[in-house]
Design a protein around this ligand. Structure first.
Ligand SMILES: NC(=O)c1ccc[n+]([C@@H]2O[C@H](COP(=O)([O-])OP(=O)(O)OC[C@H]3O[C@@H](n4cnc5c(N)ncnc54)[C@H](OP(=O)(O)O)[C@@H]3O)[C@@H](O)[C@H]2O)c1
Length: 269
């Protein structure tokens, strides 16, 4: 199927992570021009490099700083000109269960700075870029989470950042069209997905069973499940009339227990 992504210039934040890598590989196959952001893990950036065949460049940045994001966008523009597509995928999930009454302000501030302020800064500088290079087409896709739909006990900092992304989607869908006539803004909300972020959690069968009990499909997502939805939303040919939407990719999860533990077959995840 024709996606129309050939030659489109795409920035993927957190491109060296699990979902980021799968997304970069899919866009590469479609012939897009890739600007790939990583934060500090050069080893995984190198791993991604070995999977790409087309036109790509890597950029390092801490996305919670306005100066760094501005510098990143300037470097990207100098290298490759107008950005057409932004995928805000980077993020942290502090993995220990910490109830709000025990959470430090430092943890709260850090998660907000990376996940939410980082998303705002990337959006702001991407929109500035559209202002500088007016054209009809543009798309932003955020990677949220089911924690930004159902909440997540023990992870209120993370959950709040993912709820915050919905505010960006619903506000910026109405702003972007003044800078790119047919510009669109959407969000993909993954549930439990097998990536380095959840590696430790996935080693615990009791934990896996408890999350599978909330999903009719009773399986975990692969990074490719999320990447293909991001690609679909970014493509004007496939999703050109979709804006302001949140697509959950979470095996039908609805935030309540659907199965008893003995109805979960751990060999079929
Ligand atoms: N895996 C899941 O089950 C799941 C579920 C729901 C939502 N999500 C969301 O999906 C997105 C991708 O997650 P993933 O599972 O692919 O995780 P991952 O493999 O851990 O990747 C996280 C990415 O975020 C980057 N990052 C971390 N700190 C950063 C900072 N301060 N500034 C900029 N970038 C930073 C990392 O870069 P470095 O490695 O270079 O530090 C890495 O590229 C996240 O937004 C996450 O919240 C994941």
């Amino acid at each position: 199927m024709e996606t129309g992504l050939r030659g489109k210039h795409v920035l993927i934040t957190g491109a060296n992570g699990g979902i980021g890598q799968a997304t970069a590989v899919l866009f590469d196959k479609e012939g897009a021009k890739l600007s790939l952001h990583y934060h500090q893990n050069e080893t995984s950036a190198k791993e991604l490099e070995s999977k790409l065949k087309g036109d790509y460049s890597f950029f390092q940045a801490n996305l919670s700083s306005d100066t760094s994001v501005k510098k990143l966008m300037n470097q990207i523009n100098q290298n490759n000109g107008r950005l057409d597509i932004l995928i805000v995928n980077h993020g942290i999930w502090p993995e220990n269960y910490i109830p709000a009454h025990d959470m430090t302000l430092q943890q709260w501030d850090n998660t907000i700075a990376i996940n939410l302020t980082g998303a705002f800064l990337c959006s702001k500088h991407f929109l500035k870029n559209l202002e500088a290079y007016p054209e009809d087409f543009a798309s932003i896709t955020y990677v949220g989470s089911t924690a930004g739909i159902f909440g997540e006990a023990g992870h209120v900092d993370y959950s709040v950042t993912k709820f915050g992304l919905q505010g960006l989607v619903l506000s910026l869908k109405n702003e972007i069209v003044h800078l790119a006539y047919h510009g669109r803004v959407n969000l993909v909300a993954p549930g439990w997905t097998i990536t380095p972020m959840t590696e430790k959690f996935m080693q615990d069968h009791t934990g896996i069973k408890s999350v599978l009990q909330t999903m009719p499909l009773r399986k975990l997502a692969r990074a490719e499940d999320i990447a293909s939805t991001i690609l679909f939303l970014s493509s004007d040919k496939l999703a050109g009339h979709i804006s302001g939407q949140i697509i959950t990719v979470a095996g039908g999860m609805e935030g309540r227990k659907l199965f008893e533990s003995d109805e979960i077959n751990i060999d079929k995840i």
